[in-house]
Design a protein around this ligand. Structure first.
Ligand code: PLP
Length: 434
């Protein structure tokens, strides 16, 4: 393992800290939780690789925190967006593209009879909550501790992901009146869920759920847990919102609801459906979506909402995802990495919990089986930091936080995956020595 020079990144970070608060536009990009110092500044991405300003190539498992599934600068997306650029970037008026894309999503995803596009997952979730409140006439939202749903006030109560990485589970600036509207329950805990519903059921507008959690490691639901949420919510007159900003098109073509055989009332989308450009969307059956202005009284607007470039990139991405065998390949690669971590863990006696679902993997340094946020919290941050640094030195970039997942993309070759598996082995060997 060589000690790489990061001098250009360091120079840029010094300047960045003068002009951008904290030197980053999203705290998840900071290296604060993995020993600090400068993050790697990126010059360009191509396929499975990121190239830094310091001249290093990294196999990329950030995949833009799950927004990319085809790798960087896919030629067909580049062509579609380049052609679109020449026709103008935003009009302040509707386009055929929006209609086609909305129709396509409604065709693919059973819950959706109608959708609305916006520009981020944050906006999608924020509006889905407003819609659920309007439709039920109630105000409380049940959410699961450590699940991240963007950075609007309400969902920053016990938010996981980047905020937990920096020990900011409850953001400053969120009024206590907003916090009182949130019923926070540990994930995968049926008893706690039942108790919360017994206490607050008749005030609940909705349960907000990441059906497979991607924000305190990868944590799939325990058998029957999603079914229980649906049953309890519907019994008490509340709705179920699935936040599929990560999960949609990540594990199968469309919503993850097909894998679980469930039908949430509202779903939120983002990341992958934008093909690498900014996007968010929420949707539901017609009766619910007609609460949204201009038909109904739920207001949601957006200068950039449904902008033509995001529509083009997104639609091209969804076409490319139809490639036969693509999701099996992603799952195979994910399994190879997860197996490599489990094998190295045994071989070197370094306790890990490997979270794994399809092409998403998380490695937590703990001897317990992690099924909730507290379990993730208890895992070793020091060991994760060593793991992160060791992988970086070997030319592999993963999220700089134990809470975030590694994502495989269709651009990763078998060779990339095999090399990464070897790097995981070497990293765990090194951790065992320390
Ligand atoms: C499950 C989930 N919901 C919502 C969001 C917010 O999306 P965005 O970053 O596009 O605002 C994220 C972001 O990581 C997420 O993981």
């Amino acid at each position: 393992m060589n000690q790489q020079s990061h001098s250009r990144s360091e120079q840029l970070f010094e300047k960045a800290q003068r002009y951008i608060s904290g030197g980053v536009n999203s705290p998840s990009r900071s290296f604060a939780a993995v020993g600090g110092g400068s993050p790697v500044f990126i010059q360009r991405g191509e396929g499975a690789y990121l190239y830094s300003v310091d001249g290093h190539r990294y196999i990329d498992y950030l995949c833009a925190f799950g927004a990319l599934i085809l790798g960087h600068a896919h030629p067909e997306i580049v062509n579609a967006v380049s052609a679109g650029l020449r026709r103008g970037t935003v009009y302040g008026a509707p386009t055929e593209l929006e209609v086609e894309f909305a129709a396509k999503l409604c065709e693919i995803i059973p819950t959706l009879e109608m959708v609305r596009f916006n520009v981020s997952g944050t906006e999608a979730v924020m509006t889905a909550i407003r819609l659920a409140r309007a439709a039920t006439g109630r105000s409380k939202i049940l959410k699961f501790s450590g699940s991240y749903h963007g950075h609007s006030d309400l969902v920053l109560v016990s938010a996981g992901s980047g905020s937990s990485t920096l020990n900011i589970d409850d953001s400053l600036g969120v009024p206590s009146s907003v916090k009182q509207e949130v019923v926070d329950v540990p994930f995968n805990n049926p008893e706690a869920l039942r108790q919360a519903v017994a206490l607050y059921g008749d005030e609940l507008a909705a349960a907000l759920v990441e059906p497979v959690v991607g924000n305190f490691g990868i944590v799939p639901p325990e058998p029957g847990f999603l079914e229980l949420i649906e049953q309890l919510m519907h019994d008490c007159g509340a709705l179920v919102i699935w936040d599929e900003v990560i999960t949609a098109f990540r594990f199968s073509y469309g919503s993850i609801q097909n894998l679980f055989g469930l039908r949430p009332d509202i779903i939120t989308l983002g990341k992958i459906i934008g093909g690498g450009l900014p996007i968010g969307a929420y949707g539901a059956r017609r009766e619910l979506m007609e609460y949204v202005a201009p038909v109904g009284g739920v207001y949601q607007d957006g200068t950039m909402a449904g902008n033509p470039l995001s529509m083009l990139a997104g639609m091209t991405c969804l076409e490319l995802l139809k490639e036969p065998g693509l999701y099996d390949r992603l799952a195979h690669h994910g399994r190879t990495l997860a197996d490599a971590a489990r094998a190295a863990s045994q071989k070197y006696g370094v306790a890990t919990h490997v979270g794994h679902f399809g092409g998403a993997v998380s490695i937590l340094f703990t001897d317990e089986r992690v099924i909730d946020f507290e379990g993730c919290n208890r895992s070793s941050s020091d060991r994760f930091t060593r793991f992160f640094r060791c992988m970086l030195e070997q030319g592999i970039i993963i999220p700089p936080s134990k809470y975030e997942a590694m994502f495989v993309s269709a651009a990763h070759s078998q060779e990339d995956i095999d090399y990464t598996a070897e790097c995981i082995d070497r990293a765990l060997a090194k951790i065992a020595e320390e």
